[in-house]
Ligand binder design. Structure first.
Ligand code: RFL
Ligand code: PHB
Length: 392
């Protein structure tokens, strides 16, 4: 079978690219190794930058987001037992973020793609990429035991950190940069009203904690944990006791708890692969880079790559110009590295590190006090949190 663009992976990056291409009349097919239900069952990001919201509107999937997304004008930083607000909108000249779960973004995209008759193959096994640096790359996969081959113009590798696409870039070309953090996040989702109307990022001697949400009736909470923890050892009661211990008095005493509907541990990592293009293969989203979730940037970076990639491919099919394709990797990477820096920095000031001790704790508290006391420092945090500008 022949298709213009083969997309590997039906996470937010792959689905958003498929939807934008489909609307521009570029033929694409998405190959996903898991089932649609499995993809929807993964609880991940919750915070969208305005640019991601705008791109979802451009893709024609902004209706429910407009109705149900919660617009947040600020976040709270909690340290030394007190909360301090960072007024995002005021500090950035009117910008804000929207709380809307990745699951909902994924669901909206899946529905729109299904309604438009776009082709998505779920449970595609043994996906392999061939001749990616030639004129006519091919993708092979197996579905229900039957082997298939696609011939295409381009391949978009949107298959996440553990995907197959990045492994097709030869070691002599690929350069990777990585930092693995000595802790993880234990996350709980539950159907209770959020403890506070805005997100709380807490620095505490016992470790970092985050109070987030999915809606006015669904909360998402995280506590920093060591990498050898097992989810089974964390009852809901133990989790909420630990969360309370890391929050300020008023938040701890108003926290409403309830049975968890999901509980999982995620390791924290910074990772970048360069370049993000090799021949006719483009890497996008987590396939090319990972950030620790502290800056809420992972999903937003995936959307930012897709903004550049969709524009480049649409321009190529409309005009034959290859400028967007040729500059894809460099443009993405400039924005990626800024988000990597911000996510690494947020992680460094908010978490307890095993080797920095009481000195490290005091330095973090001093940095946080400076941050909330200085308009310039708060503005630097705010403009990164709402999302840095694009090069167009
Ligand atoms: P995904 O979502 O991992 O999707 C990749 C898809 O590819 C499929 N796949 C394959 N398909 C075919 N053949 C193969 N060989 C394949 N190998 C893999 C996979 O099954 C999957 O469906 O990557 P994508 O699309 O690049 O999206 C990236 C985001 O999912 C990720 O960056 C965010 O979730 C990160 N993240 C956050 N980002 C934010 O912007 N804001 C947040 O608030 C935020 N919070 C988070 C997060 C990630 C977390 N975890 C669990 C790592 C909170 C957490 C706890
Ligand atoms: C989430 O709601 O899952 C979330 C929010 C903010 C972050 C990370 C995760 O920085």
């Amino acid at each position: 079978m022949r298709v213009q663009v083969a997309i590997i992976g039906a996470g937010p990056a792959g689905l958003l690219l498929a939807q934008l291409l489909q609307r521009a009349g570029v033929e694409a097919i998405v190959l996903e190794q898991r089932s649609a239900e499995y993809v929807l069952g993964r609880i991940r990001a919750g915070v969208l930058e305005q640019a991601s919201v705008d791109l979802l509107h451009e893709a024609g999937v902004g209706e429910r987001l407009r109705r149900e997304g919660l617009v947040h004008d600020g976040i709270e930083l909690c340290f030394g037992g007190e909360r301090h607000r960072v007024a995002l909108r005021e500090l950035t000249g009117g910008q804000c973020v929207t709380v809307y779960g990745q699951t909902e973004v994924t669901r909206d995209l899946m529905q729109a793609l299904a309604a438009s008759g776009a082709r998505t193959v779920y449970e595609a096994q043994d996906v392999s990429l061939h001749d990616v640096d030639g004129d006519r790359p091919r993708v092979r996969y197996t579905k229900d035991g039957v082997p298939h081959e696609l011939s295409c113009d381009f391949i978009a590798g949107c298959d996440g950190f553990h995907g197959v696409s990045r492994t097709c870039v030869p070691a002599s070309v690929l350069r990777t940069f990585e930092r693995v953090y000595p802790f993880g996040w234990l996350g709980v989702l539950c159907d209770t009203p959020p403890v506070s109307p805005e997100l709380i990022y807490a620095n505490h001697e016992r470790g970092f904690a985050l109070c987030s949400m999915r809606s006015r009736t669904r909360s998402r909470y995280y506590v920093q944990c060591s990498l050898d923890e097992r989810v089974e050892d964390w009852s809901d009661e133990r989790f909420f006791d630990e969360l309370r211990a890391r929050l300020d008095g008023p938040a701890a005493s108003t926290l409403i708890t309830g049975p968890s509907i999901e509980k999982s541990i995620a390791p924290l990592r910074s990772f970048v692969a360069e370049p993000m293009r090799f021949g006719r293969l483009f890497l996008a989203g987590d396939a090319a880079h990972i950030v620790p979730p502290t800056g809420a940037k992972g999903l937003n970076l995936a959307a930012s790559d897709i903004r550049y990639l969709s524009r480049a491919l649409i321009e190529y099919y409309r005009t034959g110009h290859e400028e967007g394709i040729d500059s894809y990797s460099a443009r993405c990477l400039r924005r990626v590295w800024k988000a990597e820096r911000f996510s690494w920095w947020m992680t460094s000031i908010m978490h307890r590190f095993p080797d920095t001790g009481a000195f490290g704790q005091r330095i973090q508290e001093a940095e946080l006090a400076y941050l909330v006391g200085s308009r310039a420092a708060s503005a630097a945090l705010a403009e990164n949190y709402v999302g840095l500008p694009f090069e167009d």
